[in-house]
Design a protein around this ligand. Structure first.
Ligand code: NCD
Length: 303
């Protein structure tokens, strides 16, 4: 039985194949309508979510399966003190596959250790978010036609943002990618993630200014400052608006820049960017459903 806890649980070959299947689903939806008939997915979300939870649910429903679950810890027995392991043992006797989001780093691993059905990590604290990475890779592939030979800037909260941690782990396995980590010094990429690059002798740059570096980028991945992870709320207030991408700043960017954001956005991309043809974050949203359909099919061994 396979789980998806970390993006490196999948080989690059498997990722390429998932993207191919997701593209096929996108253009031939009717072929997949009954693929999960009789199967059930549980979405166990101990943390808020719009896109991840609803795209998982929509994915399973579009495959002919059904869904159940909860969208906050307060509506589950966690609020009575139940452990993650016991919740998973319980839900695993009702359903065929579980997608789980939890505020604690490592929660998905705890779940996978006791589960008799596949576990998909839909985000564990500030650690990892592999299905967002699949979405990001699918979008990069369709915009750039490749997953290699580009310069990517990741900008904002690189310390607590789990999407960028998973994205670095994934991209580090592809050829000739240059990394520019753009953040204030308080929100730098953690050593644990940088060490993935160091071990492979992959170069990266850490800078503070978006304006001075935007012209060098082929992809700009913006992130939200993760309010919920700050111990010091004043520090959040001080840092929350440090990067705001707007039309003006894009004047110096390449004409074929791809602008990504896992969403939700707060202030870091102003709405005047949405109409720019380089803005791809709503395409990411759409791809998120198809790649999760492909992933469910794979983990249930239907493809
Ligand atoms: C991200 C997350 O939950 O980590 N959202 C998402 O799943 N698309 C990013 C964020 O919350 O900032």
């Amino acid at each position: 039985m396979r789980n998806l806890i970390d993006i490196t649980d999948l080989s690059t070959c498997e990722i390429d194949n998932l993207i191919e299947v997701a593209e096929d689903i996108k253009s031939n939806k009717e072929k997949y309508l009954d693929k999960c008939k009789g199967k059930q997915l549980a979405t166990l979300f101990f943390e808020p979510s719009t896109r991840t939870r609803l795209s998982f649910e929509s994915a399973m429903l579009s495959l002919g399966g059904s869904v159940l679950g909860f969208s906050s810890a307060s509506s589950s027995s966690t609020s009575k003190g139940e452990s993650i392991a016991d919740t998973i043992r319980t839900v695993g006797s009702y359903v065929d596959i579980i997608s789980m989001r939890h505020p604690q780093e490592g929660a998905a691993t705890i779940a996978a250790n006791v589960s008799k059905v596949p576990i998909i990590n839909a985000g564990d604290g500030s650690n990892r978010h592999p299905t967002q990475t699949l979405t990001d890779l699918m979008t990069i592939k369709s915009e750039k036609g490749k997953l290699s030979n580009f310069c990517i800037g990741m900008c904002g909260d690189l310390k607590y943002g789990r999407t960028v941690h998973s994205l670095v782990a994934a991209l580090s396995r592809y050829e000739n990618i240059k990394y520019m980590f753009i953040s204030p010094k308080e929100l730098k990429m953690p050593e644990e993630v940088l060490s993935i690059l160091k071990e492979k002798n992959i170069e990266y740059q850490e800078v503070e200014s978006l304006e001075e570096n935007i012209s060098k980028l082929d992809i700009l991945y913006m992130t939200r400052v993760q309010q919920e992870r700050f111990e010091d709320k004043l520090e959040y207030e001080r840092l929350k608006d440090v990067y705001i991408l707007n039309k003006e700043k894009l004047k110096n960017a390449k004409s074929d820049l791809t602008i990504l954001h896992p969403l939700p956005r707060v202030n870091e991309i102003s709405e005047d960017v949405d109409m720019d043809k380089r803005a791809c974050y709503f395409k990411q949203v759409e791809n998120g459903k198809y790649i999760r359909m492909a992933l469910i099919l794979k983990l249930l061994q239907i493809i």
